[in-house]
Design a binder for this molecule. Structure first.
Ligand code: RUQ
Ligand code: CUA
Length: 669
């Protein structure tokens, strides 16, 4: 028995590693698309797409926005990585967004996105994003498509099972992937003392109903396993959260083998309502930690970073009626709850079936104490007592499941490279379609909410191979759109994506498009360095610090000639775009500035560019965004003199003219 399990695990692992999955590739992948597919995805010039698709960027740390059904890329929203394209993480105003307890961290790995919900339905206000590497959760404002807030998570590492939310966005949760010594403990311990010294945490971040402001409400201390994914309950399971976890072996080396020993790992069911009540009753302990909380102020166009010093921790084993483990076959990955809230689907990466758990049965099992024992002080429910049933022979390597709102679930099969549609009630497979290749996540608009819109599923593949023109060893990533409105799922479109897409969200465009901000009101700009008109533009020296208050309007800067800057100065260019019109950003960049990118300044906004001139000379600067017919004339000069120079500070626009006697001859007679 044991041998058999090991054998099948090893066999699946071999399949995963060897890439022999491509033997599943049908001969004529192109033929899978029928003639009318083009019509279904064609969005005529000037017409809008029906859906926004928000797609995680994986190792690019950003979020990208596509239109559906066309698959057109509309925007990249920088969140966890610097973005030289618009100066995010480079401007003085946005640098604090990437501050952490360990200083400035300019990169991260962004896997999961979740749109805010009210009553279990998408409300179109915010989208939350996780960072895996340096554990953080962000909130992006969907009026401006800008990152509004980032909160770092203490006592965590590899923030993967995140950011999933409750039905009214009461909480965003974040489960740690890596168990580690807690921040406050001595971390200088032998790695193989894992089982003694390493622990895991699940963070509950509360979200203010009106402002969206996040705060780390409390953490749940849990056994040192790897938390992978999660989803909140719905309707009757509203009070509960479900987390998949692997490495219940508690291995700290060669997890590929050592964390694949047990036949079943767990789904952790957490009654967050009770947990919240215990936190309010003062059951937890306050621990001294350090984490950054970064907030972007929309009126000041400026972020601040605050280091918080404390977190409330509740230990799962001290709370007898909050946490329960449910056995789940073979290293579960996805953990998905159907729109009714009754069915919880666990997807074992190495399993050849999909277990579906029943919320009612879980409740009965808890009431009747149908436990097979305890794991680190947490009761483990009998598998059969929690199980609704198993989807038999769904395919190989189930990863993630979304729901179509018509009683069906669709699951990605990584190893057999397909999506499989099955009925939630009778657990029978209805349809399967190949994907190209090895799908990870999938997304149906609202597919993890109470109200899915079952028109399309988008599949995010892990491997691209031959789907697009080759671009050397590194290829475009591959997303695929399927029509799921009929019985058979129909492949309509491949579209490339940037970064590596993991989870995604989609929503009807009508919920968002009309409230999208067009420009910022210059009269409401409260940036301390704003310049509200050209007449106010100036250059101010204070010791070695120089502040340049500079404006932009089509198509010149004020000032555009500056002299009296010296080597060793610290120069801050506060650039205000005076335009009050949609789609007229101006850019800003100075020749050879180290450690900086450009700025892209939106109408009515102020952004600051730091420059420490290294060498005497003339430095041109210019507008980097084509803004008018005379965009190319939107340029200026700044003169840098040696430290000891006596050149006085001067600045102007249109006044610092050359001697007319030096005018070049007119040759056009
Ligand atoms: S993961 S392919 Cu969400 Cu990072 Cu499943
Ligand atoms: Cu302003 Cu180009």
């Amino acid at each position: 028995m044991k041998k058999n399990n090991l054998f099948s695990t090893t066999w699946l692992l071999l399949l995963l590693i060897s890439g022999s999955i491509f033997s599943c590739k049908p001969k004529n992948a192109g033929d899978a698309v029928s003639g009318d597919a083009a019509q279904q995805v064609y969005v005529a010039p000037g017409k809008y797409d029906e859906f926004y698709n928000f797609v995680s960027g994986g190792f690019n740390g950003q979020l990208s926005v596509y239109g559906l059904p066309s698959g057109r890329l509309l925007k990249i929203v920088p969140i966890f990585s610097v973005f030289p394209e618009n100066g995010y993480g480079y401007s003085e105003e946005t640098k604090p967004m990437l501050n952490t307890s360990q200083g400035f961290v300019p990169w991260d790995d962004q896997h999961h996105l979740e749109l805010s919900q009210t009553n279990g339905e998408i409300d179109g206000r915010w989208i939350f994003a996780n960072a895996n590497n340096t554990p953080r959760v962000a909130r992006v404002d969907l009026n401006t498509f800008k990152t509004a807030e980032i909160i770092e998570l203490p006592n965590s590492a590899g923030n993967h099972s995140s950011p999933f939310i409750t039905e009214n966005t009461e909480y965003v949760v974040a489960g740690t992937r890596f168990a580690v010594p807690m921040d406050n403990d001595n971390g200088d311990v032998p790695i193989n003392t894992y089982r003694k010294n390493f622990k895991a945490s699940i963070s509950f971040i509360s979200v203010d109903k009106n402002s969206g402001n996040m705060s780390l409400a409390f953490q749940l201390r849990v056994p040192p396993v790897d938390f992978d994914l999660s989803h909140a309950g719905k309707n009757k399971s509203h009070d509960w959260f479900f987390f998949s976890c692997y490495n219940t072996e508690q291995a700290n080396t060669l997890l590929e083998v050592n964390a694949s020993q047990r036949d079943k790992d767990f789904i952790l069911a957490v009654n967050w309502k009770k947990l919240e009540a215990y936190a309010k009753q003062g059951k937890g302990k306050k621990e001294a930690v350090q984490y950054a909380h970064n907030v972007y102020d929309e009126t000041k166009h400026m972020a601040t970073s605050t280091i918080e010093k404390q977190v409330l921790v509740l230990d799962a084993k001290d709370l007898k009626d909050v946490c329960y483990f449910i056995p789940c076959p073979k290293s579960p990955h996805g953990c998905d709850v159907d729109p009714s809230g009754e069915y919880i689907v666990g997807s074992g990466k190495l399993a050849a079936l999909i277990p579906v758990f029943s919320f009612d049965k879980i409740q009965q099992a808890i009431a009747n104490k149908k436990f097979i024992g305890e794991y680190d002080g947490i009761p483990v429910i009998e598998y059969e007592a929690a199980l609704y049933g198993e989807v038999k022979k769904p395919g190989l390597g189930p990863l993630h499941t979304e729901f179509d709102g018509r009683g069906n679930a669709i699951t990605t099969m990584f190893v057999s490279s397909e999506i499989v549609k099955w009925n939630i009630k009778d657990l029978k497979v209805i349809d399967r379609q190949s994907t190209y290749y090895s799908p990870g996540h999938l997304c149906i608009p609202g597919g993890d909410t109470k109200k899915p819109n079952g028109k399309y599923v988008i599949v995010y593949n892990k491997i691209t191979k031959d789907r697009y023109l080759p671009t050397g060893p590194e290829l475009a990533q591959s997303a695929q759109l399927f029509d799921i409105s009929g019985d058979k799922m129909k492949l309509l479109l491949d579209f490339p994506t940037v970064g590596e897409p993991h989870y995604a969200q989609a929503v009807l465009a009508s919920l968002i498009k009309d409230k999208s901000v067009k420009y910022f009101d210059i009269n409401k700009n409260q940036n301390p360095y704003v310049t509200k008109g050209e007449a106010e533009s100036k250059v101010v020296r204070n010791g070695k610090r120089v502040d340049v208050y500079i404006t932009q309007i089509r198509s010149h800067f004020s000032p555009d000639n500056i002299e009296g800057i010296k080597v060793g100065d610290e120069v801050y260019w506060h650039v205000t775009n005076l335009e009050q019109d949609w789609d007229i950003p101006h850019g800003f960049a100075i020749k050879s500035v180290p450690d900086n990118a450009e700025l892209l300044v939106m109408p009515g906004e102020t952004q600051t560019y730091k420059w420490m001139p290294q060498k005497a000379g003339i430095y041109p600067f210019y507008c980097t965004d084509f803004c008018s017919a005379l965009h190319q004339e939107m340029q200026g000069y700044v003169r840098v003199s040696p430290v000891e120079s006596k050149v006085p500070l001067s600045f102007s626009t249109g006044k610092n003219l050359p001697d007319p006697a030096t005018a070049p001859p007119l040759l056009d007679k």
